[in-house]
Design a protein around this ligand. Structure first.
Ligand code: OSB
Ligand code: MG
Length: 377
């Protein structure tokens, strides 16, 4: 029998829409580098054959997590990438990656386009996104990331989240707000999975403090040293028992390979939005599996669009530790999608339906959109 149609058809991008969106946060979120009171981000729609793919960017207004910024990322997309994407036909996501590959850096900005294309691609196949890249399962394990605040208040928040079933507590730390906090939480909750995230605020001069943290049975210490320094993390790992988990240092699969080869990380945080998109995140995932290093899915306070992407990514088999993709209601009074992304007993259901499986709430989105730019061939 001759097939009457091909199962996959090349997709021609008819148009793209780049918005700048602003969502207020329920509570300010403080990490070692500063405080966020609202989530501002680029939101991209790619259109082809009457279907739409969506993704958001994880860059911040200021280059204080990594060097990418919203302004820089939007310029890269507006001036260089989107004019090349519209009117062009792509065989598959790998073809999109070839278009992005020549350009140095810009992993967050590249991820916006790449992820939106994967959503579009999966929808064109009428399949959930996870299925298209080899994930499985209908729920993913999650913990919470708690921002810096008074110790007493943090203890209450830990108790409340453990009562809700969250499977791991991550405490943000900074110099002067570390050992005492961790001791208090560990003392009150001797058995919970506990981690800390320094967001690069220490140096090797803090080795003695890092060694003292070994006493608290942390699952790992996330990104204690400089954002761009894999080497010093390898040095620190030789001096402490607690596994090091890298976040900021890992933008490409090459970074992951170097980190694991030098024993700079024994746990890996993958953020698809930080790493150029799915093709590179899949490579990262596979390298970690080859080194028997467990991975988990990080977050950047994403809206429902980025959150849905993170949930799909987390269905890959080596995501064996709880991720940061907790209930959207912890971050926003009102999310910008129709669906509610809420956990139950520490499990986040994977949205069903084609692609990322969530739908923008266009009416609400109109009220929080700061600017909109449309791109056509
Ligand atoms: O380092 O993982 C991080 C939030 C903003 C910037 C960096 C980080 C974080 C978080 C929060 O830890 C993760 C989340 O709840 O989305
Ligand atoms: Mg982190």
């Amino acid at each position: 029998m001759t097939p009457t149609h091909s199962v996959t058809a090349p997709l021609r991008i008819d148009s793209a829409e780049l918005r700048l969106v602003r969502l207020p946060l329920v509570t300010p979120f403080t990490i070692s580098t500063g405080t966020m009171v609202e989530k501002v981000f680029p939101l991209l729609t790619l259109r082809a054959d009457g279907i739409e793919g969506y993704a958001e960017g994880v860059m911040d207004p200021l280059p204080d997590y990594l060097e990418e910024t919203i302004a820089g990322g939007m310029a890269f997309l507006r001036d260089l990438i989107l004019p090349q994407v519209v009117g062009k036909t792509f065989e598959n996501p790998a073809a999109m990656d070839r278009l992005l590959a020549p350009w140095r850096g810009h992993q967050m900005a590249k991820a916006v386009v790449e992820m939106a294309f994967w959503d579009l691609w999966a929808k064109s196949l009428n399949l959930p996104l996870k299925t298209v890249f080899g994930g499985s399962g209908d729920k993913v394990a999650v913990g919470v990331s708690l921002g810096i605040g008074p110790v007493e208040e943090t203890l209450d928040r830990v108790a409340a989240h453990l009562a809700q079933g969250y499977q791991r507590i991550k405490l943000k730390v900074r110099p002067g707000h570390d050992e005492v906090l961790v001791a208090a939480v560990r003392n009150a909750f001797p058995d919970c999975h506990l981690t800390v995230d320094a967001n690069s605020c220490y140096t090797l001069a803090d080795t003695a403090l890092m060694r003292r943290l070994d006493a608290f049975a942390l699952d790992y210490i996330e990104q204690p040293l400089a954002w761009d320094d894999i080497h010093d993390h390898a040095v620190l790992q030789q001096r402490i028992q607690t596994p090091i988990c890298l976040d900021e240092c890992l933008r490409t699969s090459g970074d992951v390979r170097k980190a694991l080869q030098s024993d700079a990380a024994r746990v890996v945080n993958i953020k698809v939005g930080r790493s150029g998109g799915y093709v590179e995140s899949l490579r990262m995932h596979d390298i970690c599996a080859a080194f028997s290093v467990p991975v988990w899915c990080g977050g950047m306070l994403e809206s429902g669009i980025g959150r849905a992407h993170n949930i799909h990514l987390s269905t890959l088999p080596n995501f064996t530790k709880p991720g940061d993709t907790s209930s959207a209601s912890r971050y926003f009074t009102r999310d910008l999608i129709e669906e509610k992304l809420e956990t139950s007993e520490g499990w986040m259901p994977v949205p069903t339906g084609p692609g990322i499986g969530v739908t923008p709430d266009w009416e609400f989105l109109a009220t929080i959109t700061r600017s909109t730019e449309t791109f056509r061939p």
